[in-house]
Design a protein around this ligand. Structure first.
Ligand code: FAD
Length: 481
């Protein structure tokens, strides 16, 4: 066998997964078909959970620097820094979870941060390496790879497809990918429009939604079939779409290229088949509405990294919990993006529905609900042991430990962490880092056991027993000796 783990794809998810594996002591081989970094402007930020995860790895300063620029750009483009549900910009993330915030960092900048992080951990990305073949036996996976020096075969204990929505690994391994076909096609381009004054004001129109500002033009087109997805967007195709959506014919000039994507919503039926796993867009595709895809994929990587590393070391039973925990989270995102697509359909009936939804969003409880729906902060993984504390199974909020130390400063190593008033008295057999705490700066937490992905595996509220059987069960479930 050439290596324990191959990560296919060095998008944001593959980069973070490789870093998490490396922190947990498994150095993966990372294969990326592109010759260099991807500069395509896709996501403009990451949600609360992914931002907190990266802050726990020491990347907070870099996120914060980009966040300032991102806030200014959001304010400029939408006249508000609130996020949107179905392009109704009223969702206030700060109101739902005070003190918890995402990071408005453009995807190319985020990938640069992650590439540096991975390089600092000593892991190289093999650019120009395209996986074209896959075989799996009970003991290994063998990949066929086109490299700059010709075809090569590579065998590994495990392979993770982080190779995006068109995932080669998913297709070759025959994962089911059920879901719903597109309602709309989005086309986005940098281009000039001859006769711009012919265009109606940006907004909802008979055939969909039109956006235009400066040298940007975009259509949400509900009136055509999905074109050849492999062909790049052309000026002519964009012009046809503008005609269908806005009922005007304008010439597109100075076309600088663009993106085409749909709102089809599909999810792999399992994230693991034997020694082959999927993460990120390879496991789930949906519309970018509400800005959730990157957050979802990065949290797949956080969930999988330490579990796969433990599996390589022999703790095999952990791996099934990856699908068990992450599949429902992905399904929930697909669900709310379908609702957003429905709310974007053109026509007076949906106009009326949007007005009502918009009014409802002014109610604080509705606003908080939507915010948590988009951020995923309310989600709790079901744990395979009795854990009564209401925060167990959820991602830990940022704590200030002993009045001065941010949790993020204690979690950089990626090791499990026990924060406990009598940490020295708890025998964990060296399986977790232990910090004696006088305060966690959280009304409901007196002690907490964190998994490497930041999930609360066990917690005690003030006044509760601090060394109950559930703490032992949590330690033995997640961190076998
Ligand atoms: C216009 C747009 C706007 C978006 N906005 C947001 C947003 O605001 N917020 C948000 O959270 N998300 C957003 N998304 C979604 C987000 O961009 C994706 O969820 C994210 O890129 C997924 O990361 P990934 O690493 O899983 O896949 P990708 O970024 O697609 O990376 C996959 C990598 O695998 C490589 N690869 C593919 N096949 C092979 C192969 N056979 N061999 C080797 N390498 C291979 C590719 O070259 C690529 O580098 C948006 C997407 C789009 C298109």
């Amino acid at each position: 066998m050439d290596t324990d783990v191959v990560v296919v794809g060095a998008g944001p998810v593959g980069l973070l997964l490789a870093a998490e594996l490396s922190l947990a002591g498994v150095r993966p081989i990372v294969l990326e078909r592109r010759a260099g970094p991807n500069e395509t402007p896709k996501a403009r930020g990451i949600g609360v959970l992914a931002a907190e995860a990266l802050r726990r790895r020491g990347l907070g300063d870099q996120l914060d620097r980009e966040h300032e620029k991102g806030l200014a750009a959001l304010e400029r483009d939408h006249g508000t820094t609130k996020t949107h549900f179905a392009w109704i910009h009223k969702v206030d993330p700060e109101a739902a979870d005070p003190g918890r915030h995402g990071a408005l960092i453009a995807q190319p900048a985020l990938e640069q941060v992650l590439r540096r992080h991975l390089a600092d951990l000593g892991v190289e990305v093999h650019h120009g390496f395209t996986v074209t073949g896959w075989e799996q036996s009970p003991t290994e996976v063998t990949l066929t790879v086109q490299t700059p020096k010709g075809e090569r075969r590579l065998s590994a204990g495990y392979v993770v497809g982080c190779d995006g929505g068109h995932s080669t690994i998913r297709k070759l391994a025959g994962f089911g990918f059920p879901g719903t076909p597109p309602l709309m096609t989005v086309r986005y381009a940098k281009a000039e429009v001859a006769g711009r004054d012919l265009l109606p004001a940006p907004g909802r129109l008979a055939g969909g939604t039109l956006f235009h500002d400066g040298d940007m033009i975009a259509t949400f087109d509900f009136t055509d079939d999905v074109p050849d997805r492999d062909a790049p967007l052309s000026a002519e195709e964009l012009r046809d779409s503008v005609r269908r959506v806005a009922s005007v014919d304008v010439a597109i000039t100075a076309f600088q290229g663009g993106l085409r994507f749909t709102d089809q919503a599909r999810q792999a039926d399992t994230y693991r088949q034997g020694r082959t796993l999927l993460a990120g867009d390879a496991a789930h595709v949906h519309s970018p509405n509400g800005g959730q895809g990157l957050n979802l994929g990065l949290m797949d990587a956080m969930n999988l990294g330490w579990k796969l590393a433990a599996t390589v070391r022999g703790q095999v039973s952990l791996l099934d919990s990856y699908t068990d925990e992450r599949h429902p989270v992905g399904a929930a995102v697909l669900h709310n993006t379908r609702a957003q697509s429905a709310l974007l359909r053109p026509g007076p009936h949906v106009d009326a529905l949007r007005d009502i939804v918009s009014d409802l969003m002014d109610l604080p409880e509705v606003n908080r609900h939507l915010s948590r729906l988009l951020s995923g902060t309310a989600h709790r993984y079901p744990l395979p042991y009795s854990a009564d504390h209401p925060l167990t199974g959820s991602h830990c909020p940022p704590l200030i430990v002993n009045h001065t130390t941010p949790l993020a400063d204690l979690a950089r190593s990626g090791r499990p962490l026990l924060l406990h008033p009598a940490a020295d008295a708890i025998d964990t057999g060296g399986r977790v880092d232990q910090v004696t705490t006088a305060s966690l700066d959280h009304a409901d937490l007196a002690a907490v056991l964190l998994r490497p992905d930041g999930v609360i595996a066990w917690a005690a509220a003030p006044g509760e027993a601090l060394d109950p059987p559930s703490l032992r069960q949590a330690l033995d479930t997640w961190f076998a000796a």
